[in-house]
Write a protein that binds this ligand. Structure first.
Ligand code: NGO
Length: 796
């Protein structure tokens, strides 16, 4: 193998002089008001004016805008480390940040906003909370990219002076996620909601059923999920949302001014339902569950009365879960249903949505059926004229544009894209961007167009990183079509604005496609980049000269277990790791270790295929607390999986506020009067034998009331050995759990087989009112006791 031959010639050890991670980066240039995506309607920079967010700033809101203020505080607090209290406005604020529901330019309408930046105050004005929310998304982009970090960064937090007055072009600005072909859990969907809200989209269409899986509980038809939800493409375990989980998603989206549009695809794309209930089939024989990717082979039984009972009950239950106006009934690719049956079926079921108080939405083939009030036809064709679409428009339907050859986020970018399909063509960023929804299909008048949606089908996508790689950078491109006036859009300025988003996405841990069409900004995310070739020790790797690599070289990984070490780079206080890699395969992993190549594992990041060695992408992982020098260990089958260009350790010492300190603590038992739960939150481990919570019995739990919903991302437990007792008494197996109500508990972290004196569990921040440590097995079989000297909770 050529790479192996190179490796033997190039085992060079370089000094890391001057490349110590953690060096404070030079103050980044202030972000230009002209760099916002989607481009605003009007931007007036004020030359020479800069606002600097002071540590003591408050976010001042009207009664109706407090929730937006709290949302903004949630973004700004972790990276600035500032308290940023959300207060009620009095008069016209002259300092800090003001979110006001009055005084905006009248042109902003229902969803627009006006942002004013002076040297003393940041003011966003709008007519609605939604408008303020979009103003907040603009403000976010005007802060340095490090504002997106979830650990305290050095700042300064400067914003260029001027005024932006902005409003959306279209009322419907959507993204779609296919959770049927592969199932994605609540956390993945929430993260995608965060992503799309950042670019001012207001609709998330969830494709909840298809041949491969039914993903939402229907009480009247429980086998839909117990059977129909039990697999997915490729035969994995599938999954589904309970009604409570679905409602949680709806609420999470609503808090970000996003409406969820649920889709039950009918009469085709229904194999999962037909497999769940034999009686729904014309021949009363249930077909097997389906895990392939063919389309057009299934149909509900149009001639059966039970079909209509089924559809009506399903739509009624779905409507009850849906505060938004639309129910999407699919209607695409009904290739196993005759045209006459299709019309019969659709004409009969469409009124069910109306009776449930909802408006029908469907793929544009629905134009074959009768119009119903307010109906939306979603165009997914690849041609510029379509009889079904024309029929829909002639009947009075409104249109959402999702042309598959422009707006489908599941199409490959290029032939080399490792994920995605290509039936509608290859969609590089410029192709996704360079079209106008109002003129794409000549027969459809601009007045009929309600908006734009970017669908993400998941035949080939199995994890969050895949969704992000396909969505970034095309989702922001489509978002600009949906929000910005056509006259303000321009590929040459867009690609520069888009490229400036790159370091932000890196800071957010988003793995994105580094399209060669885009001039990506290369500013370091935080804390400075370290060239991989500056290692001070290594085993097995090679240095490869590469003009596209930062510093001119990348480091080649040859065999599983190859590693590089950096004696001058400490992991202490670091909470994140981001590496720039180029990969031609999948299955590789970068392990972050400390002290040695076999030292403690602090984090591990799976390396996706970036499209080959010519294409770089950033991959990220969070790190658990550690100390000592950094080692990167490469695993996987090796021999061409990936090379690493450079990396950054992110995060400084996390905020040291122990959220559990002196909070009310209870437990199911105590060994002695002076060994109660309060001892585990008293801030000390040095009171000897009696400074611990000790518990006896088979199950043991310690519960802390944080007294209000609090973001918790890290829990530190100090065990017997940390309090001076024998480390043999350290608690071995336990769960860290969180709860909003003290009744329903979610496990945030599991620790098994622990022998350390101090354990740190890090997880994506969870909003928790209560925290619970559940001891699974006793530390010592002789006395059956748990000994916890301290339980500490931190935001990150
Ligand atoms: C088509 C088809 C879907 C596929 C998708 C893949 C529509 C509306 N029906 O789009 O079933 O998943 O293409 O790109």
């Amino acid at each position: 193998m050529h790479r192996r031959a190179l490796a033997l010639a190039a085992v060079t050890i370089l000094a890391a002089a001057g490349l110590v991670a953690g060096a404070t980066p030079a103050s980044a240039a202030v972000v230009s008001l002209q760099s916002v995506v989607p481009v605003p309607v009007t931007v007036q920079p004020a030359t020479g004016v800069t606002y600097t967010l002071p540590a003591g700033a408050a976010i001042q809101t009207d009664a109706g805008s407090a929730a937006v203020g709290t949302y903004l505080a949630g973004i700004l607090r972790p990276s600035t480390g500032y308290a940023l209290p959300v207060t009620t406005v009095s008069g016209t604020p002259s300092s800090g940040i003001a979110l006001l529901l009055s005084g905006a330019d009248s042109s902003v309408g229902a969803e627009g906003y006006q942002l004013d930046v002076t040297a003393s105050v940041l003011t966003i004005r709008a007519q609605t909370a939604a408008g303020l929310f979009y103003g907040v998304q603009t403000l976010r982009q005007l802060f340095p990219g490090a504002i997106e970090a979830r650990t305290v960064q050095p700042g300064p937090w400067e914003v260029a002076g001027g005024r932006i007055v902005d409003r959306p072009r279209y009322a419907y600005r959507g993204a779609m996620l296919d959770v049927s072909r592969h199932f994605f859990g609540v956390d993945v969907v929430k993260r995608y909601i965060d992503h799309i809200s950042q670019y001012k989209l207001n609709t998330l269409h969830l494709h909840l059923s298809d041949d491969q899986g039914w993903r939402i509980v229907v009480d009247a038809w429980p086998r839909l999920t117990s059977v129909g939800g039990s697999t997915q493409v490729g035969g994995g375990p599938g999954g589904f949302y309970t009604k409570a989980q679905y409602s949680d998603l709806v609420a999470y989206a609503a808090a970000r001014h996003i409406t969820i549009v649920p889709e039950i695809d009918m009469p085709g794309h229904t194999n999962a339902a037909l497999a769940s209930y034999a009686e729904l089939n014309c021949d009363n024989v249930a077909p097997p569950l389906y895990t392939g990717t063919a389309v057009g082979f299934s149909s509900l039984c149009v001639g059966k009365e039970l079909t209509y009972t089924f559809v009506q009950q399903v739509l009624n239950e779905l409507a009850a879960l849906t505060p938004g106006p639309y129910l999407h009934i699919g209607g695409d690719e009904a290739n196993s249903t005759s045209d006459a049956d299709y019309r019969t079926f659709m004409n009969r079921i469409q009124p069910y949505a109306g009776a449930a108080g909802k408006t029908v939405m469907g793929w544009h083939q629905l134009g074959q059926a009768d119009h119903t009030p307010g109906r939306i036809a979603q165009f997914w064709g690849t041609t510029t004229s379509d009889p079904d679409l024309s029929a829909a428009v002639a009947k009075g339907d409104k249109v959402v544009m999702s042309p598959a050859n422009k707006a489908y986020l599941d199409m490959k970018y290029t032939n080399e894209t490792p994920l995605g399909l290509s039936w509608a063509g290859l969609i590089e960023v410029q192709t996704a961007y360079n079209w106008d929804p109002a003129t794409l299909v000549p027969g459809v008048p601009a007045s009929a167009i309600l908006g734009v949606e970017a669908p993400m089908w998941s035949e080939t996508l199995t994890q969050l990183a895949h969704i992000e790689f396909m969505a970034f950078p095309r989702m922001p491109a489509i978002a600009e079509l949906a929000w910005s006036p056509q006259s303000a859009r321009n590929w040459d300025t867009f690609k520069v604005r888009l490229g400036a988003q790159g370091p932000r996405w890196t800071t957010q841990g988003i793995s994105f496609y580094r399209s060669p069409q885009v001039p990506w900004a290369t500013a370091p995310p935080t804390g400075g980049r370290v060239e991989a070739e500056s290692y001070t020790s290594q085993s097995g790797v090679q240095i490869v000269a590469d003009a596209a690599a930062h510093g001119g070289n990348r480091v080649g990984y040859i065999d599983a277990g190859d590693w590089i070490g950096f004696s001058g780079v400490s992991v202490a206080g670091r909470t994140g790791f981001t590496a720039r890699i180029a990969s031609g395969g999948t299955g590789g992993t970068i392990q972050v270790r400390s002290g040695s190549a076999t030292g403690p594992l602090l984090g591990s990041v799976a390396v996706p295929n970036t499209g080959g060695y010519g294409t770089y992408a950033d991959v990220s992982t969070s790190l658990t607390a550690g100390s000592g020098s950094l080692f990167l260990v490469f695993t996987g089958s090796g021999g061409g999986l990936f090379d690493i260009d450079d990396f950054a350790l992110t995060g400084t010492t996390p905020p040291a506020t122990n959220l559990a300190l002196n909070k009310p603590a209870t437990a199911d038992s105590r060994c002695a009067t002076n060994e109660g739960p309060e001892k585990a939150v008293n801030g000390t481990t040095n009171g000897g034998n009696a400074d611990k919570w000790c518990s006896v019995g088979a199950t043991k739990w310690l519960r802390v009331d944080l007294q209000s919903s609090t973001a918790v991302g890290r829990v530190v437990v100090r065990h017997a050995g940390a309090g001076g007792e024998s480390a043999g008494f350290n608690t071995r197996d336990f769960d860290i759990q969180t709860s909003g109500d003290g009744t329903t508990w979610t496990t945030a972290a599991q620790v098994r087989g622990n022998t350390a004196n101090v354990t740190t569990s890090t997880f994506g921040p969870v909003a928790a009112r209560y925290l619970r440590l559940n001891v699974i097995s006793p530390t010592s079989t002789s006395d059956q006791a748990a000994r916890i000297y301290e339980l500490e909770a931190y935001a990150a």
